[in-house]
Design a protein around this ligand. Structure first.
Ligand code: NAD
Length: 557
């Protein structure tokens, strides 16, 4: 049952500094990261416990949140807290190297795995939607996705625009938790970005965190400004308070063809996430409550039109791709036969990185002190000086990323690199070069942790897109290796019925025990990705597996 309790920033303030509130640093890390997920600077709607991604929550309700906090404070070193869809349900005896928290979110038996059934259960208070890092307590605000988005736009620059987005116009929509990173990632690649977002407060939030440069209220004036900026090869992003469909229609009418076209509205969720263009935002908020069926009908019609317009602009020359929100599937469900004529971003740009075990590695300073992140940044620069795009990212991140909540950093590291970084961070803690332990995690959108046929596993070489053994094995492997908390989710990114994925977090607390756990987990976790892609027949993954001795055939020779 929903409690009436409200989010209070003082009660739920993330502890910082070196004083423990729990019986060990691993439990303390889980407590701080849970509260950090809900920090108003980090979360999209903390008053509803929503962190990002439509309705991705950190806890089922306030009663559960309070109980989780209490349980974490009480948890012994050899115990594990069990969390079922955002509700703590038990504390079990385990051992000191076992995860301190095991989480399962939004899992449904496949035949029942749809939003309709999930909504019924959610209404009864039996489930919550965990998205990816919302329900697994390792969301770090929009920075988390900036690096991935930066990687994607650099890959587009390399593949289609001679290495730079200078003098190009990217058109997209959605400035939410994830989508808010798009304008910054485009300008980091020297391009111009025009973004439609229905809610003005989201535009204002991105302006205040400097992810967005300008906001213009008039659509034609905004298009003119974008065209002028493109002509002058400026590096600028412009947000406009309009529905994506209306922007695309106007672009078509004016015969303005974007160089790059994508979308990050919350299309994975036709009821709570996507706002249909046929009605105003105010009307949509009323209709969603009063007549959810009608709302969904409008939403599907709108997504059909949205994809239709993207396809038309693609034909006219825009480099068009789906940015992981399942928009194409919604249009196809409504009857648009060629909805998948533009590719998803993973097969188009990201898969070669996955084959090397690369993915969104991230960490946060539990002390709350930005100087600790500066220390870790120096370590990364010392460890991987030959990686030019990583060095470029680190410089730009230091200069342009405003921290949200606990200071944190993200960079894409691959097989071998993650282990090196984790061990180096543990050494920093051991030697007192940082004030408190460092918590290390990653997105579920990673090399070996997700099965999502319309996104991360779209168009696998061997056709194994829908095989979900891999994320389950990933969660089991990380539990066996001694990650600090492990989670298994359903429906993240693309919605119910479309994905199964796993999360892991591990704490570098400077101890010898942590060193052993870090060695295992940060080798095995990306290792599962390399093995998964090698098994599917990717040459790069096979080479990486051989190089890092992950290849079973080599071992059993
Ligand atoms: P969010 O719910 O925080 O934000 C979505 C934004 O879209 C909101 O600000 C909303 O007002 C706006 N919006 C909705 N309909 C609109 C419309 N028709 N026109 C203009 N604006 C509209 O979600 P988010 O965390 O930003 O994620 C966005 C989508 O991207 C989700 O579907 C999510 O699952 C997906 N996603 C992608 C990646 C990736 O790496 N590509 C990763 C995680 C999630």
């Amino acid at each position: 049952m929903e409690t009436t309790k409200k989010y209070n920033p003082e009660t739920y303030k993330t502890p910082t500094g070196t004083k423990l509130n729990c019986k060990g640093w691993v439990q303390e890390a889980a407590l701080r990261m849970l509260l950090n997920n809900l920090d108003p600077e980090v979360a999209e709607k903390p008053e509803e416990l929503i962190v990002y991604g439509g309705r991705g929550k950190a806890a089922r309700n306030f009663e559960s949140l309070d109980l989780i906090i209490k349980a974490l404070k009480d948890l012994e070193e050899d115990e594990t807290l069990i969390v079922q869809s955002g509700k703590p349900v038990g504390i079990l005896q385990t051992h000191k190297d076992a995860p301190k928290v095991l989480i399962s979110n939004s899992q449904l038996v496949p035949n029942w795995a749809n939003w309709k059934h999930f909504d019924e259960l959610e209404k009864k208070g039996l489930m919550m939607y965990g998205q990816m890092t919302a329900g697994s307590w390792i969301y770090i605000g929009s920075q988390g996705i900036v690096q991935g988005t930066y990687e994607t736009f650099s890959a587009i620059a390399n593949k289609d625009f001679d290495g730079s987005l200078k003098g190009t116009l990217t058109v997209t929509a959605g400035l939410g938790g994830m989508g808010g990173a798009q304008p910054l990632a485009v300008t980091m690649n020297d391009g111009v970005c025009l973004v439609a977002e229905v809610e003005q407060w989201r535009i204002d939030k991105r302006l205040s965190t400097k992810y967005l440069d300008e906001s213009i209220q008039d659509m034609d004036a905004a298009i003119d400004r974008a065209l002028e900026a493109k002509k002058n090869q400026e590096r600028v992003s412009i947000g406009i308070p309009f529905n994506a469909v209306h922007l695309l229609e106007r672009l078509k009418e004016r015969n303005v063809i974007p160089d790059i076209l994508t979308d990050q509205t919350s299309a994975h969720d036709p009821l709570i996430g996507y706002v249909p263009h046929q009605i105003s935002l105010e009307e949509s908020n009323v209709l969603r409550e009063e007549n959810p069926e009608r709302y969904e009908e409008l939403s599907y019609e709108s997504m059909y039109r949205h994809v239709e317009l993207m396809l038309e602009l693609q034909k006219l020359g825009a480099v068009t791709f789906d940015y992981g929100n399942n928009l194409r599937a919604r249009a196809q469900e409504k009857g648009l036969k060629n909805a998948f004529d533009f590719p998803g971003f993973v097969p188009a740009y990201i898969r070669p990185l996955f084959c090397e075990g690369k993915g969104p590695f991230r960490w946060a300073a539990l002390s709350g002190d930005p100087a600790d992140i500066a220390e870790t940044d120096s370590v990364i620069k010392e460890l991987f000086p030959e990686n030019e795009s990583l060095m470029r990212w680190m410089d730009m991140a230091q200069e342009r990323i405003a921290f949200q909540g606990l200071p944190s950093r993200i960079c894409w590291l691959g097989q071998g690199e993650r282990e090196k970084a984790g061990l180096a961070f543990n050494k920093l803690v051991k030697e007192g070069k940082v004030k408190a332990p460092i918590v290390i995690g990653r997105d579920h959108l990673d090399t070996g942790s997700v099965a999502s046929p319309n996104r991360e596993t779209e168009a696998m070489l061997d056709g194994s897109d829908a095989v979900a053994d891999w994320p389950l094995l990933n969660a089991l492997v990380n539990t066996a290796g001694g990650a600090s908390w492990v989670s298994l989710h359903h429906g993240g990114g693309v919605g119910m019925g479309y994905s199964i994925h796993a999360g892991m977090v591990i704490v570098a607390d400077g101890t010898n025990d942590a060193e052993k756990r870090l060695k295992r987990v940060l080798r095995n976790d990306p290792g599962m990705g390399v093995i998964r892609h090698a098994d599917a027949g990717y040459d790069i993954a096979e080479d990486t597996a051989r190089k890092h001795k992950l290849d079973i055939k080599e071992r059993l020779k």
